[in-house]
Ligand binder design. Structure first.
Ligand code: SAM
Length: 397
């Protein structure tokens, strides 16, 4: 016990506060060992083994959080992509191949080596990215590129001051405070939704692919950069597709991409989903990850119900989870999702005096709200590749 605490102290240079915590743990451990070898309770009534194990876990979190930030940088700078193609190379050669400054590259490589992401050869002073790691860190590895998702950690960190302000004074942080949000989100859904859309997601709705081939009216609300809709418009030229988002950036990017593909069966508009007042207009309405962060989710769901034709279908992809925290203890991404929720999804809703449902609103709450909006027939489906989402298939009667 003493050894491991001491070895933590030797391995890195912690803050004064952390040194204090570790020294307290160390002193307690020494006292405890000398007074009674079997005794795990220290004089202050704490189980010292638990204190030590927890402290080690927190130190590890500090390292893993750092790894997430540096992995995001590796993705954004193209370092992983380049290293995957290079033989073992010096920091100078890697800097040259990426067009980056060597001093930064070398420091990043230091983090990557001690983080056991990159291998280091002391004799040749060269660095290499093992192919097994490249398989989870490069653009070529998409949809398995985990490095793309690491961008959320820096994105969320960039608004920490404003989030802390909101803890103190209420309110929220608006979308405008996240200038990279649309870009990162498009990369996220570009990996999580798009590759599965035609072959796995749309077939979840019985008869939908045939209907799309025949020609139907489709609306995607909160479409972001519109990539899901663009893929559908390309695959189903007889159908017509509309995308609404209140992000001007998102809609501008969506329009540009649709134009680039020469699509004539699609259009995008800057529009607030809460103000949608159409009736019996669409055969299919979709939302991809776009309900839980609404300011007025109940209004949006009612608007969707009204805008569907009789027998129309609403396909809602949203975060899988329970509305009750104790059911989420074993959620494979629970910690990440509550964090994204607190520092983005919930706060953007509260910024507009919204409900602040948050990403972990959960299946129970989702079904309750869908029923309130009029959807009495809802089936919840999941896809084996997708641990993050539920697919709610809601039919209007
Ligand atoms: C988490 S993002 C998902 C974007 C896109 N569906 C995707 O999967 O890439 C949620 C989107 O909903 C949009 N949004 C939020 N509230 C909205 C509202 N009231 N009206 C229209 N769009 C809204 C945001 O601008 C954002 O693009």
């Amino acid at each position: 016990m003493i050894l491991s605490t001491a070895s933590i102290l030797c391995r890195f240079k912690p803050s004064n506060q952390l040194i204090f915590l570790l020294i307290i743990g160390y002193t307690e451990a020494v006292n405890s060992e000398f007074s009674n070898q079997e005794e795990t309770m220290s004089t202050n009534g704490l189980n010292q083994q638990k204190v030590e194990a927890f402290t080690e876990r927190m130190v590890d979190s500090l390292n893993q959080g750092s790894l997430a930030l540096m992995t995001s940088i590796g993705h954004r700078t193209g370092l992983f992509d380049t290293m995957a193609e290079l033989p073992p190379a010096t920091s100078g050669q890697i800097a040259e191949a990426t067009g980056l400054h060597e001093r930064y590259v070398r420091e990043w490589l230091g983090a990557m080596v001690v983080g056991r992401i990159v291998d280091y050869d002391l004799d040749t002073v060269t660095y290499s990215l093992p192919p097994e790691h490249a398989a989870a860190l490069t653009r070529a590895a998409a949809p398995n590129n985990i490095a793309a998702f690491m961008q959320y950690i820096g994105l969320l960190g960039s608004v920490e001051d404003r989030i802390v302000e909101s803890f103190r004074h209420g309110g929220g942080v608006p979308y405008s405070a996240y200038p990279r949000f649309q870009e990162v989100m498009a990369e996220d859904s570009g990996q999580s939704v798009l590759p599965a859309l035609l072959d796995y997601i749309l077939p979840l709705v019985p008869g939908l692919v045939d209907a799309l081939q025949g020609g139907i009216e489709v609306l995607d609300l909160g479409c972001g950069r519109g990539r899901a809709l663009i893929i559908m418009a390309q695959a189903f030229p007889n159908s017509h597709f509309t995308g609404y988002d209140f992000s001007e950036d998102g809609v501008a990017a969506a329009r540009a991409e649709a134009q680039q593909h020469g699509l004539t069966n699609i259009h995008f508009e800057v529009r607030d989903a809460a103000a949608l007042d159409q009736m019996h207009r669409y055969d299919l309405i979709t939302t991809f990850d776009a309900v839980h962060d609404q300011a007025k989710p109940a209004t949006v769901l009612s608007n969707i119900y009204r805008a569907l034709r009789p027998d129309g279908v609403y396909l809602m992809q949203d975060i899988a989870g329970s509305s009750h925290v104790h059911n989420n203890l074993d959620h494979p991404m629970g910690l990440f999702l509550y964090t994204v929720s607190c520092m983005h999804c919930m706060t953007v809703s509260l910024a507009y005096n919204g409900e602040g449902l948050g990403a972990m609103w959960g299946q129970e709450k989702a079904l309750e709200m869908l029923a309130e909006a009029g959807f009495t027939q809802v089936e919840v489906k999941q896809l084996p590749h997708d641990i993050q989402n539920n697919y709610y298939i809601c039919t209007k009667h």
